[in-house]
Design a protein around this ligand. Structure first.
Ligand SMILES: Nc1ncnc2c1ncn2[C@@H]1O[C@H](COP(=O)(O)OP(=O)(O)O)[C@@H](O)[C@H]1O
Ligand SMILES: Cc1ncc(C[n+]2csc(CCOP(=O)(O)OP(=O)(O)O)c2C)c(N)n1
Ligand SMILES: [Mg+2]
Ligand SMILES: [Mg+2]
Ligand SMILES: [Mg+2]
Length: 329
């Protein structure tokens, strides 16, 4: 382990992390636990995602954006459930590359997104690892009692929508690894999306009010909709032609000769952190109105039918895609 100019974990906790603690419920990070009172009329919604160097982020990524990505992938899971974020527990598994300046950068990233999304640190754990750095967050949020949107509520006749744009995550990884060549501002936009995706926190109340089922797009649009289809006991059919692309992804797409292969790659690449949801046809107008109000793009991709499985079509033909997205082995 390279010498880290840190006395011990208590110094990291007291000097760097304690200022991020929830003023009322974080106990200054000086106790063994955080204690929250219950909130009448709401359910506590919890989620946890870990991120690992070389699996979820690159060793060359700045630690402030690693911290932001850590919070954002978790905020994205809550947003897809229609829940409002409250606070989080954090585990830091520092590697040898995480000296004091890197830890300061990591904490600066946390502070930035705490302010952006209105959340606070509640507690956690700090250890070192001889392996690559990894971090995990348990994010807590609130949803109106009994109103959390699951993966299991899609019904035949529902429509399928996705927020924002699809494909910037996988293209951003390629851009960060210099496996793409586009204009510098396009490359920068894609790398920014890979490092700091935008969780749809502001859209969560609309999801809670209008969606029958919902999931965030982490593994890949097709894979994540397949999770919804399986959980709901229905079939989901989408067309890839309307896949919403950012300006940078469109520039990449315009240079491809095989549009089907290109869209398949974007719809299975993952790391989008958009929301894929189903809703009753009667809810479409209200859903689009809410999206407009948030200046959020929303695209109808397909529909829910009786049956099972997930079908992605291009040119009206169902594509053969083995996984539909990312899986950990
Ligand atoms: N090690 C684990 N222990 C308990 N539950 C887990 C574990 N890993 C995953 N899960 C649960 O399995 C479900 C699917 O996980 P995952 O695919 O990571 O979901 P997501 O895409 O929403 O992050 C979630 O309910 C998650 O809480
Ligand atoms: C260096 C690197 N390689 C590959 C990827 C792509 N990738 C890794 S994990 C993953 C899926 C999302 O992560 P996961 O742990 O499955 O999150 P969850 O589905 O639990 O939210 C993707 C698309 C990446 N983000 N970074
Ligand atoms: Mg997960
Ligand atoms: Mg997740
Ligand atoms: Mg996953």
């Amino acid at each position: 382990m390279p010498s880290v100019d840190v006395a011990d974990e208590f110094e990291t906790i007291a000097k760097l992390l304690a200022p991020l603690a929830h003023p009322e419920w974080g106990r200054g990070l000086r106790d063994d636990v955080a204690v929250l009172p219950s909130r009448p009329g709401f359910d506590l919604v919890l989620t946890k995602d870990a991120i690992v160097e070389s699996v979820h982020f690159l060793a060359t990524d700045p630690l402030d954006t690693v911290a932001q990505k850590l919070l954002r992938v978790n905020l994205s899971d809550l947003a897809a459930k229609g829940a409002e974020p409250f606070g989080y527990l954090l585990a830091c598994h520092w590697s040898g590359r995480c000296g004091w300046p890197e830890r300061e950068a990591f904490v600066a990233g946390l502070a930035k997104d705490q302010a952006e999304f209105g959340i606070h640190l509640l507690g956690g754990d700090t250890v070192v690892t001889p392996g690559p750095a990894s971090f995990s967050v348990t994010m807590l949020g609130w949803a109106a009692k009994g109103r959390t949107v699951g993966r299991a509520g899609a019904r035949p006749g529902d429509l399928v929508f996705v927020t924002g744009t699809i494909g910037d995550g996988v293209l951003g990884l390629m851009a960060a690894q210099a496996r793409l060549s586009l204009a510098p501002e396009r490359m920068a936009a894609l790398v920014r999306h890979y490092r700091t995706p935008m969780p749809r926190v502001a859209f969560a109340p609309a999801v809670g009010d209008l969606a029958t089922a919902s999931v965030d797009v982490s593994d890949g649009l097709i894979a994540d909709l397949a999770h919804v289809a399986r959980a709901s006991g229905v079939r989901i059919e989408i067309d890839l032609e309307p896949t919403p692309l950012s300006i940078a992804a469109q520039a990449w797409f315009d240079d491809r000769v095989d549009a089907e292969a290109a869209l398949s790659m974007l719809a299975t690449g993952g790391d989008d952190y958009e929301i894929a949801l189903t809703c009753r046809p009667e809810a479409e107008t209200a859903l689009r109105r809410e999206a407009d109000r948030h200046h959020l793009r929303i695209t109808r991709m397909g529909k829910v039918t009786a049956g099972q499985g997930m079908a992605a079509r291009y040119g009206g033909r169902v594509l053969e895609l083995n996984q539909g997205g990312w899986t950990h082995r």
